[in-house]
Design a protein around this ligand. Structure first.
Ligand code: SF4
Length: 458
């Protein structure tokens, strides 16, 4: 196989922050004249943007890297880079493990890709993992979707959850200015994007490091202020935000979401555990009672709001009784979706070296039990959509059925209906829901429903 001189490939592992960074790096490479290649074996620049949250993601990176490292022996002009959290965590050690690497770059360096590649083109092997002040972004990300886009609003995290590598790898909190965020959203609106998800590891921390005052003269600029500041950006019809932290979630924010029509009634608020002792050992800074009060408050203002969360089972020392409290919370709240994970010790985090690590068998068993419950509750939550008319923002063709398109409701439920992607992509369509499953829906375009009903009455 020949290597194209000007092609690049990026494989992304992990969270939305990584996906947003990959889009930004792709934008930089395209500005440099590179073209996207789906197949890494056909690219001259290959980047693995990595995640170290779970061990299996890390292992997958090494197997990909191994294949490309072997290829480099035959094609020495191949440029091999590793970005993201594994790069940040392992740093120079990666060069010992995979000497074929040209570039190791932490997530804070994504915006500097062009400079770093220039150093590689000059013949250097480059490691960029030192902590930096993230420069305001002048790069234009290449967005994977033409309908929805991610916009970073705060980088880093100042929390110290005892299981999490993020503070080690993504550095301290750095908020972007409201003006820079609005400008990026205005550009997205001009390009035809309809939906923006504002992103931060702990988005409720937004603004606390910013100088100055709000338009009303308060000192602290918050996520709520940001929502009011950006909600009328022309062309953007929907705004979401993630990830929320129960420690900082406020009634003022909930009221803003209820009041601003473009802000979707969808809240992703991780609870992680339903047991107060475990929450304390996780250093989460809230109790399960406080979490329940937040959800009650959301439902008081927006009874139909979609509520999703993250949970970890099998944290060191978690007893069967403590795990059952997590099941109880999951059962009683009735989430639309919970992303669950078995605890996996990450190097450099406090909990990784604690006594009381549970066996894989116990963790697997708890994971299966919680997933079973999450499915049942999601199926119940989906029932409320039956027969309803929902606005669906069309994103893609259904990969399993070329006659159908797929998109998301305001509540973030994946929805399928018959239609032509070329005509519908990026449009918001009214769909009457006639089939519900735990995590997705199927429906018919409302105009067609009206036509059929009219024909039946003739
Ligand atoms: S809030 Fe906790 S879990 Fe989330 S990124 Fe920060 S340290 Fe990690």
């Amino acid at each position: 196989m020949t290597t194209s001189k000007r092609r690049y490939h990026i494989t992304t592992f992990g969270c939305q922050m990584n996906k947003a960074d990959s889009e930004r790096m792709a934008g930089i490479l395209e500005d440099m004249g590179f073209e996207w290649s789906e197949d890494p074996n056909n690219a001259k620049v290959v980047i693995y943007n990595t995640c170290s949250i779970r061990d299996n993601a890390e292992q997958r990176v090494y197997s990909h890297l191994g294949r490309q490292a072997a290829r480099k022996h035959k094609e020495p002009d191949l440029i091999l880079a590793i970005a993201g959290c594994v790069a940040q965590q392992e740093g120079e050690l990666l060069l010992l493990r995979v000497p074929e690497l040209d570039l190791v770059m932490g997530p804070q360096h994504a915006n500097r890709l062009q400079d770093l590649l220039q150093q590689v083109f000059d013949g250097n092997q480059v490691v960029a993992t030192e902590s930096v002040h993230i420069m305001e972004d002048i790069t234009k990300p290449r967005r994977d979707s033409k309908a929805t886009a991610w916009v970073n609003v705060i980088y880093g995290c100042n929390e110290r959850c005892t299981y999490c590598v993020v503070p080690n790898v993504r550095g301290v909190e750095q908020s972007r200015t409201p003006e820079a965020i609005r400008e990026e959203m205005e550009e997205l609106g001009r390009q035809g994007y309809k939906e923006v998800t504002l992103l931060g590891q702990n988005i409720d921390a937004y603004g606390r490091d910013l100088p100055g005052t709000t338009p009303e003269g308060r000192h602290l600029y918050t996520l709520t202020d940001l929502l009011y500041f950006v909600h009328d950006v022309p062309g953007i019809e929907r705004i979401r935000f993630a990830t929320s932290h129960p420690r900082y979630f406020t009634e003022r924010l909930i009221k803003a979401c209820a009041e601003l029509p473009k802000v979707c009634e969808h809240f992703h608020i991780p609870f992680q555990s339903g047991d107060n002792e475990i929450l304390k050992r996780m250093s989460r800074g809230y109790t399960q009672e406080k979490y329940r009060r937040i959800i009650d408050m959301v439902r008081r203002y927006m009874p139909d709001a979609s509520i999703t969360a993250d949970a970890i089972v099998g944290f060191p020392g978690e007893t069967e009784e403590q795990f059952e409290k997590t099941l109880k919370l999951t059962d009683e709240i009735g989430f639309d979706l919970v992303n669950t994970a078995a605890y996996s010790p990450r190097p450099g985090t406090p909990a990784a070296v604690w006594d009381g690590q549970l066996s894989e068998e116990v963790k697997k068993d708890r994971l299966q039990r919680i997933n079973h419950l999450v499915n049942i509750k999601a199926a119940v939550r989906s029932q409320r959509y039956m027969g309803r008319i929902e606005s669906v923002l069309v994103e893609e063709q259904n990969p399993k059925d070329a006659m159908q398109v797929m998109g998301r409701t305001c509540g973030n439920r994946l929805t399928f209906f018959t239609g032509d992607i070329n005509e519908l992509k990026g449009k918001i369509i009214k769909v009457k829901i006639n089939q519900v499953r735990p995590f997705s829906l199927t429906g018919t375009v409302v105009d067609e429903v009206v036509k059929v009903e009219a024909a039946l009455t003739v």
